[in-house]
Design a protein around this ligand. Sequence first.
Ligand code: SF4
Length: 236
Amino acid sequence: MNLQLCSPYRKCPFNCPMCIAATDDGEINNVFNLYENNRVEYFYRLAKAIQGKDTVVITGDTEPTLFPEWISNVLKFFQIIGYEGKIELQTKNYCLSSYCYEWYNLDLNLIAYSATCAKDLEKIFSFNLAKESYCRTRLVVLLTEDTIDYLYKTPVKELTKFAEITFKVLQTPEREAEANYVKEHNSFDKKKLDAIIEFVQLHSSKCSIRIDENCMDATDRYEIMRIDGKMYKTWF
Ligand code: SF4
């Protein structure tokens, strides 16, 4: 079981078309921020939340690296209380070199870089993140026509530099615009995916590959702690 730990809300610049955080009514923006209002209580609840958790995944209703100070503070907290599980960061910020070293020294074990379109993949490969990051790296590819076609048509050796790759099947959000996007662009082309996986396996024996068919299914997988300090079972 892991804990998905949500960062404080910050307006996200990435504009991913399937984003579940992009509410019209600012609902997430209005979530009470316990971290800012009562830090002692926030960290008390966080200490309780990580009990029995093998992994803490630093993530967010929006991009967590928009608030780097919060990330440093939670990592310091885990170090102080001697948390022994793994700590991961999920991010779309591919330019973390100014923070990586500090966070690595604060026991961050893995950075998972997510790509939602071919342009993201191009950017990721141009940075060669697996080489630049101080800790283990995972590439998380959301399976759209765009990403799968890009990797199929242009097999990229940089893929093999990641310690882990996860291919995620897109889930349908509640709101109509995002749900329509997912319906139109979702792609689980088994033939192309198998060819991509075969390419990676041919060039790297160390890279572990996983297909996540329902990342929104929390059953026996994760609990969520939002910035209000409360625990949730689902993202929607
Ligand atoms: S990075 Fe995350 S929060 Fe930002 S737009 Fe994309 S999915 Fe939404």
